[in-house]
Design a protein around this ligand. Structure first.
Ligand code: N7H
Length: 479
């Protein structure tokens, strides 16, 4: 059983939010910071227990058809490797190798084909970043009040290096990211936390086809997955220090999205292939903008399917071996290949992440045909090994045109090169990318098409890795 009073709420549950401040800071006065942390801040941190209770309250309200929302403030806190060194000294324990290297290390940048630091936001690079506060609220005024209060408590013991406010999009776009796709549909479940929806049948599933993973994949100090058997727990990974138990690693990436350019590209390419643009956009992502998966709705959107949480994830790829319904390289097939290689099912469960991102930046303005305002996704994900989880997905799946490997044209024909993930895949030196089979051969057909993508529509503008300690670690070793 997970210790929900110890784990920060954003990790296993998610902080309830319509607005979220990301406050990146440098510690100026270590002693004063520790005092303020212990005296004024730790008591405000939202552990997974209240986060879970709030989820239950929201679900009850929805069931009863009650409108309105309770004010739900949330606060979580993470430290970079530099922050841990500030607080613990240079002889502190060594953490995950990728965390210790950092997102801005030239080796990380080269391995992930990220843009070089000179192309990142200047403000983000303005000073050393020791930590980040994640602050959430259901309206902007409350968030601003909450932020002033927090920064007032910390006074001059920190310097804010950079801050970004994320917000859910307005009106009917509320659940969608900036390209207009519904986000937050598929997440791994956690054994012992996510209830199985079909207790009589698959005990390794939460909602239908939602994998239930052993908690050590996301929270330190618990058994993770067995690499050979999807149902069995693996060993508990050694902790960097005993106090790291109930902690997790957060990857943060500020991903700019060039929305008008993406839409214009989709329209032009769809015209070239003689297909309607919404279908091409869906083939790039693997879901329609509504959230309905191509595996269950290959040629026409089915919004009712998208809205049904018991059905919108209830599919696999083994039944689509020739990418007729969904391209191998579509964003969701690349980043979570499910049973695309049935023999590697257990291994693939070791590369999952819990995503907790939020959009930032304004809506596209009327007449904005070339991106004029910075907007995109504050991508956040949690894991217990950055190298094996986030970095693996980005490097070995999304950026790797040969993945998924071993596929052939129907009937055992020539080998297929699936191409890049057209949403987040990055070629070396920001080079051009291709994706196989944008035009569907569904239910049959053999028309061979390739989508040529000359430029990125998603561009990294800042990134950092954080450790999210347990409440006790914050109260003892770190303050
Ligand atoms: Fe992705 N998008 O709008 O196109 N993502 N993503 N992502 N993503 C998903 O299931 C998107 C990014 C994953 O289990 C959906 O929530 C955009 C990064 C994974 O079937 C949509 C950006 C990484 C899944 C998007 C972005 C991932 C997933 C479908 C950047 C990791 C679950 C809705 C701006 C390296 C797959 C949903 C599954 C789903 C979009 C970033 C990973 C619509 C625009 C950086 C694992």
């Amino acid at each position: 059983m997970l210790d929900l009073d110890e784990i920060q709420g954003d990790v296993p549950i998610g902080l309830q939010k319509d607005f979220e401040d990301f406050i990146f800071f440098k510690i100026l006065d270590k002693g004063a910071f520790k005092v303020a942390l212990r005296r004024d801040v730790i008591g405000r941190i939202t552990s997974a227990r209240p986060a879970q209770q709030r989820e239950q309250a929201i679900a009850r309200r929805q069931m009863l058809g009650q409108a309105g929302r309770d004010p739900m403030l949330g606060l979580n806190l993470g430290f970079t490797k530099d922050g841990l060194t500030q607080l613990l000294g240079s002889r502190r324990p060594t953490f995950d190798p990728s965390f210790e290297r950092g997102a801005d290390h030239p080796d990380t940048i080269a391995a992930l084909h990220d843009p070089s630091r000179s192309d990142w936001l200047k403000e983000f690079l303005g000073d050393r970043i020791d930590g980040a506060f994640l602050l959430t609220a259901h309206n902007r005024a409350l968030l601003t009040f909450h932020r002033h209060q927090l920064l007032g408590l910390l006074g001059s013991c920190i310097k804010v290096v950079y801050a970004e406010t994320g917000n859910t999009r307005p009106g009917r776009e509320r659940r969608n990211e900036h390209f207009g796709f519904r986000d937050g549909v598929s997440q791994p479940g956690i054994r012992g936390l996510t209830p199985p929806s079909r207790p009589s049948g698959a005990s390794d599933q939460g909602l239908p086809e939602q994998d239930l993973l052993w908690p050590g994949e996301f929270i330190l100090g618990y058994p993770g997955q067995d690499p050979r058997d999807p149902r069995k727990p693996g060993p508990i990974a050694p902790l960097p220090a005993p106090w790291a138990k109930n902690g997790s690693y957060m990857v943060l990436r500020r991903l700019g999205q060039r929305v008008p350019e993406f839409n214009a590209f989709v329209r032009a390419q769809a015209a070239r292939f003689g297909m309607y643009p919404e279908l091409l956009a869906a083939r790039m992502v693997g879901r329609w903008r509504s959230g309905a998966p191509l595996e269950l709705a290959p040629l026409d959107d089915k919004p009712s399917l998208a809205a049904d949480d018991r059905r919108n994830n209830d599919f696999s790829y083994a039944s689509d071996p020739w990418q007729r319904a969904c391209p191998y390289a579509a964003h969701i097939r690349k980043t979570n290949p499910r049973d695309d290689v049935p023999a590697e099912r257990a291994e693939m469960l070791r590369h999952r992440i819990i995503r907790r991102g939020i959009s930032f930046g304004p809506e596209v303005a009327p007449g904005e045909t070339t991106t004029r305002h910075s907007r995109g996704l504050m991508f956040v994900c949690y894991q217990t090994s950055i190298e094996r989880q986030f970095e693996f997905i980005q490097r070995n799946y999304a950026n790797n045109p040969d993945f998924v490997d071993g596929k052939r044209r129907p009937g055992g024909g020539t080998p297929v090169m699936p191409g890049f993930d057209p949403i987040i895949g990055q070629a070396e030196g920001s080079g051009a990318r291709t994706m196989d089979e944008p035009y569907p051969n569904y239910p049959a057909g053999s028309r061979r098409t390739t989508l040529a993508i000359p430029k990125q529509f998603v561009e990294l503008t800042a990134a950092a890795y954080f450790f999210m300690p347990s409440i006790t670690a914050l109260r003892t070793v770190l303050s």
